[in-house]
Structures are given as C-alpha cells and as structure tokens.
Ligand binder design. Structure first.
Ligand code: MG
Length: 401
C-alpha cells in the first residue's frame, strides 16, 4: 500500500528551496484564519484563487499599452501577465526560490489596473483627487482583500500576507499599516518586479513593430537592438524578415533573463544572504549587470519618445481618459444608474451575496463613499465595457440595453 504523506510539499520545499526562499510553512498567514488544505500549500491555493477571480478574467479586456480592442495580436494585460508568470517561474526555479509564491504574485501583479492602462489610472486619480486618489497597487490590494466576492466565509480572496505584501512593496507605494517594515520584499516578489520590466520592454518593442509605430531600421539607433541583431545574424545565415524579427525579439528577452539570473545568482552566491530576514534587511538583490541596465535604459527612452508618445497611442489614451472621466461624473450625478451591487455598497448594506463587505469607509461622508464606490466600479471595467457603457449613456441611439 502506498502511503501518501500529509502535505508532501513541506518536504519538497525543505529539500529543494534555498535558505533565502520563503517556505509555505512560514507564511504569516491570512486575515481570516482557515484550516490548512490537505495537499496544497498556502501559496498554491493563493495562485488558484487569483486565477478564479473575476479581476483576473477581466484582464483579457484591459489595455497594456494599446487599447485592448485595437487588434487581436498585440498584448493585453492578461497575456502580459502570463508572459511575466512564465519567465518569473523559470527564474524562481533557477534561483531555488518558492515557485508557487512567485507564480501567485506574478498572476496577481496587474490585477488592480483600471481600463485604458496608465491613461485610465491618471484619469481615475484625477477624479478621486479629493478622496485619496487612485493607485493600481492599492486598488489591487483592496480588490483581493475586499472587492472580490467568491467565498461565503470571508470577503475578498483572503490571500496570504506574502502575496498581499507584493502590492504594498511594489514601486513607490506608501506604507500600509499591518505590514512589518522591511527594506526589501522577499526575493520571490523582487523577481516578479524585475521580470515585469523585462516583459513589457520586450513586448512593447515587438508590438510597436507589429503595429507599424516604429520600423526595424529606426530601432537600429538602439544599441541593445543592434547587438541582438548581430547575435541572430551569427546564428542564422538568412531568415525571412518576419522570422528574423521574431528571432531578434526572442534574443532580446533571453539576453535580459540570462543577465538577470547570472547577476542575481552571483550576488546570492557571495554567501552573506542566508535567510529571508537577510533578504529583507538588504538592498534589493534581484537585478541586472551594469551593461544590460544601461542598454535597457536606452531602449526604454526610445520607446517613451517613439511609441508611448506616438500620436496613435496618444489619441487612444486621450479617448480612454475622456470616457472614464465622463462616466465618473455621470454616476456621481446619478447614482441610480449604478448596478445594484454597487448601490448597496454605497448604502453600506454590504455585498448582495456573502457577509457584509468590510469597505474602509469609516469616517467618510456619504458623498465620499459614492465617489469611492464609483471609482471601484470603473476600475473593475474592461476597456470594451467602459466604451459600451459610454455609448449607452451618452450617444442617443436605439440600443437601450
Ligand atoms: Mg505588469
């Protein structure tokens, strides 16, 4: 008879993970305590909860840089998220970090983005200026803590502290009560952060070429691209243009990933970092060498000037801002247009299903609640839904659905 041990993952983690990796048995736990699962670790459960959330599914219809409906070939938030997850898992495995935790953080990392990318974020931040503003990381945390409605036992997804912390420690997020101060997040979160940058630099270059915003000739100005072209030429005698471009983009991705792993492993192998506490007390350890850092900066500047400020991109982003700003004003003026679920939150009656939601509204005036509720509703929309809703509310036609 085969005996399957109780949660064999603990043994697997003890055998496989480096000392500086986060072990699932050491999790700081969930806001609402739950019994352990018989055969999944806490981080494996988190990963699956994120995938089953409605915010995750809606990333299909959300802009990365370009409005999600512009064509079917460029990246959306969801495909970007999957690319980040793939690379982050590879990196975690190579560095002997906790792959399940890395995966959960990667899948969740963009879950708080509103429709229309950064333009949407700017628009909501302006609308909510008197009510705490809008930041996609804070919204992501509220989304997983409160706004998702899936489980009768608790609001939100009730994720572990380690996954929630990744929202808080991301970029220049202000400190949030409830998270112990530490100079750096665990390596699993650091990996996702840096890999996110690799993914968007690479696929924005690829998408911008594919959509004709820039040409391969123009990219020849950029050292990183030129050196990738040279490497591909050394490897393949002749390739048709499309295959050549794909090969160069692949080289661009592989070069960054390899450099990241080499330099990070080098820093970790110096031997001063042995535990998660050492990681938290140190400067961030996951990063590139100086050469790649310099070349990435140059490519980033090129994209900023030629792609992110391309008139076609600016036109899309201006449009997205206009839509969100107009919808915000309209719902605040006429809250009865909101779906019932959101009206109930405004009224403080909690969610339709499940226990009352713990929305941090105490001390706010009822009007302020309305702005926050409207902001939450708008931030959860896909690009397409926001566009449709705008048409339904502002364009006189016969489509009164
Ligand atoms: Mg991202």
């Amino acid at each position: 008879m085969t005996i399957i041990p109780r949660n064999p993952w603990f043994d697997h983690e003890d055998g496989w993970l480096a000392g500086y990796a986060v072990r699932s048995r050491d999790t700081a736990g969930r806001r609402h305590p739950e019994p352990p699962h018989p055969y999944r670790t806490a981080f494996q459960r988190d990963r699956e909860r994120v995938v089953h959330s409605s915010a995750f599914r809606r990333m299909t219809g959300k802009t990365q840089v370009l409005v999600a409906s512009v064509n079917d070939h460029h990246r959306t938030r969801l495909t970007h998220t999957l690319e980040v997850t793939q690379v982050a898992r590879t990196a975690a495995r190579r560095l002997r970090l906790n792959e399940d935790l890395t995966e959960a953080i990667a899948l969740a990392h963009d879950i708080g983005h509103p429709p229309f990318g950064h333009a949407g974020e700017e628009a909501l931040d302006a609308c909510l200026a008197g009510f705490g503003g809008f930041n996609h990381n804070s919204y992501g945390l509220r989304r997983v803590d409160e706004l998702e409605e899936r489980y009768p036992e608790f609001p939100g997804l009730n994720l572990t502290c380690e996954v929630r912390e990744a929202f808080v420690r991301h970029g220049d997020h202000p400190p949030v009560p409830g998270f112990a101060p530490s100079r750096s997040p665990p390596l699993e979160a650091q990996v996702v952060d840096v890999v996110d940058g690799i993914a968007y630099l690479t696929h924005d270059t690829d998408d911008a070429l594919g959509l004709g915003f820039i040409t391969a000739d123009e990219l020849g100005e950029v050292e990183f691209w030129r050196r990738c072209v040279d490497r591909v030429r050394q490897q393949y005698a002749a390739l048709p243009p499309a295959a050549f471009r794909t090969a160069v983009v692949r080289e661009l991705l592989a070069w960054q990933v390899n450099d990241l792993l080499d330099h990070t492993a080098g820093r970790l192998n110096e031997g001063e970092i042995r535990t998660v506490s050492d990681v938290r007390a140190a400067e961030p350890l996951v990063g590139f060498g100086p050469d790649v850092r310099r070349m990435r900066d140059e490519l980033q500047r090129f994209l900023r000037d030629r792609v992110y400020r391309h008139h076609r991109v600016l036109r899309m982003t201006a449009n997205g801002k206009r839509i969100l700003t107009a919808l915000f004003a309209e719902y605040v003026k006429a809250p009865e247009l909101l779906p019932e679920r959101h009206l109930r939150r405004w009224a403080g009656a909690g969610s339709v299903s499940g226990p009352p939601m713990q929305v941090p509204l105490s001390g706010r005036t009822p009007e302020a609640r309305l702005e926050v509720v409207v902001g939450d509703y708008l931030a959860g929309m896909t690009d397409r839904f926001a566009q449709q809703e705008y048409r339904r509310l502002f364009q006189p036609n016969t489509d009164l659905g």
